[in-house]
Design a protein around this ligand. Structure first.
Ligand code: PMP
Length: 306
């Protein structure tokens, strides 16, 4: 018997449609032929980096920022990307155009490439690079309206001195273990603490709280990804005259917050109204969250590509 899962972030086309195209090592090829070798260290060891990017109305949101983060992640693991930033910019557009997509979720991956069965990355000849343009539905519409329930994982976020969460690597097991805890508790997202017991981020999203009118989010030193959406929301809040602060926080701060929401390329901005079985304030998306959600939607609808 197959078991249903509370997860909805599975790709919407589980069997590759041969009419779709994937940008693969410089060529646009049919999706069902886009295959990575079993000797690729991306598969053998999760050795690689990636970006999740979004296109709205034919414009790719913050493409340059995503690509800069990709190159920084690659540099942090000493992985040479065999294309320039301009080439990957063009390739991202080509992947969208080849699939006739104007609104899409784009997954850009660079793996270490084909090597031996040992760990040594220097024995891998050339990185494997591919870009998938597809769609993603992370959370149901009802949760954007009424808020998400999350739980705190017992699995802590990677220690920055082990694998820095600022590196967007293809090795997501740390997040997956926490995500599984959340799924077992009936939640679609899970809060992760760092080795000091402070809030870091969720498994695939950054976290914000509103307290006494101020917008607070953990600093990058708390061991979270420098989320592109996190940064955009901080900018939008500042433009709206909302005081923002990057500050360490504990679960008690989240429990006592007036509002809470998560940000991510796939999730966009989503309210959180319950944590660890406790309501946050009156368990309804709050005014600051709604204001920032509206501002976010205006930006993605109108902003020129940058
Ligand atoms: N944290 C983690 C662990 C993530 O994987 C992501 C992206 N899914 C985010 C935060 C949000 O980052 P961004 O806004 O750049 O998508």
């Amino acid at each position: 018997m197959t078991q249903s899962s509370p997860q909805t972030d599975a790709p919407q086309t589980p069997t590759p449609d041969p009419s779709r195209r994937v940008w693969f090592n410089g060529e646009l090829i049919p999706a069902d032929q886009a295959k990575v070798s079993v000797f690729d260290h991306g598969l053998l060891y999760g050795d690689g980096v990636f970006e999740g990017i979004r296109a709205y109305n034919g414009r790719v949101l913050k493409l340059r920022t995503h690509l800069v983060r990709l190159y920084e992640s690659a540099a942090a693991i000493q992985l040479e990307i065999p294309y320039t930033l301009d080439e990957l910019t063009q390739a991202t557009h080509d992947a969208l155009e080849a699939n006739g997509l104007t609104d899409a979720y784009i997954r850009l991956c660079v793996t270490r490439g084909i090597g031996t069965l040992g760990l040594n990355p220097y024995l891998c000849d050339r990185a494997t690079t591919f870009i998938i343009a597809d769609s993603i539905t992370l959370y149901p519409a009802e949760m954007y309206a009424n808020g998400l329930s999350i739980v705190t994982a017992t699995t802590i976020r990677n220690h920055p001195k082990a694998l820095d969460p600022r590196i967007k690597s293809m090795n997501y097991l740390n997040n997956i273990l926490a995500k599984v805890e959340g799924i077992k508790a009936g939640c679609m997202e899970t809060l992760m603490l760092n080795h000091e017991g402070n809030v870091s981020e969720c498994t695939g999203d950054n976290i914000f709280i509103v307290s006494e009118g101020k917008l607070l989010t953990p600093p990058l030193s708390a061991g979270c990804l420098a989320g592109v959406t996190r940064n955009l929301v901080l900018e939008l809040a500042q433009q709206a005259g909302i005081e923002t602060r990057e500050t360490d926080m504990t679960t008690a701060d989240v429990y006592n917050a007036d509002e809470c929401f998560l940000t991510g390329t796939a999730a966009e901005v989503i309210p959180v109204t319950n944590i660890d079985g406790k309501p946050i304030a009156d368990a309804k998306p709050g005014p600051v969250t709604r204001q920032l959600l509206d501002a976010f939607h205006r930006v993605v609808a109108d902003a020129p590509e940058d």
